[in-house]
Design a protein around this ligand. Sequence first.
Ligand code: FES
Length: 111
Amino acid sequence: MSRLVDVAGLDDVPPGTMLMVQVDDTNILLVNLEGIVRAVQGTCSHEYFELDRGFLTGDSVTCALHLSRFDLATGEALDPPAEVPLRTYPVRVADGRISLELPEGPVPVNE
Ligand code: FES
């Protein structure tokens, strides 16, 4: 079972930017890659650090604490020290709103 959760307006995340949102107190990072919106867990899988404090590097986000990069489409950790991928969440965009397809219950996050 999954649920569709409205998290932001498309205007809130212009192309080339990212926005942290919370679902049930869990951070989720939205990124607009030139019109394609991606959603990944908002905290690093290496140690606890908010990824919106990092920076976008092409199709990846770089954690500002130890500089691991993560692929925004797959969540894969591209550089050490992080090894565990970020969770990714399916995104739906409709009528200017961004929604995430999430499982029922706690939002899954990798640590
Ligand atoms: S906390 Fe993100 S790379 Fe270490």
